[in-house]
Design a protein around this ligand. Structure first.
Ligand SMILES: [Zn+2]
Ligand SMILES: [Zn+2]
Length: 103
């Protein structure tokens, strides 16, 4: 189970391109619209460009890794700061650091 999770993490991460084959649009019970996928085989992940893109703004550029976890990557010090403060990277940084020792 743990191994599966790590495999998934290697593929699915920020800036990974997710394609859904044959999605359905449905109305959920709370009246929000949702997309239903009939089977996991219909979800395709393309991580090929993920490592070249900034985790904060998605821009493709020369990349600076987070000095603590080395997993999150940014185009600039400004983006790193914004992710830390506004998007709470500080909350997940230690978890990513722990995971980076596996991958
Ligand atoms: Zn950026
Ligand atoms: Zn970090």
């Amino acid at each position: 189970m743990k191994q599966k999770f790590i495999e998934g993490l290697k593929t699915f991460r920020p800036n990974c391109i997710v394609s859904i084959i044959n999605p359905y649009m449905r109305m959920a019970q709370d009246m929000q619209s949702m997309i239903r996928v009939e089977s996991p085989e219909f979800i395709r992940l393309d991580p090929t460009s993920a490592d070249k893109k900034c985790y904060c703004c998605g821009k493709e550029s020369k990349i600076l890794p987070c000095s603590k976890c080395l997993m999150a990557k940014y185009c600039s010090k400004e983006c790193q700061k914004a992710d830390w403060i506004q998007f709470n990277h500080k909350d997940i940084c230690n978890h990513l650091k722990a995971l980076s020792t596996f991958v």
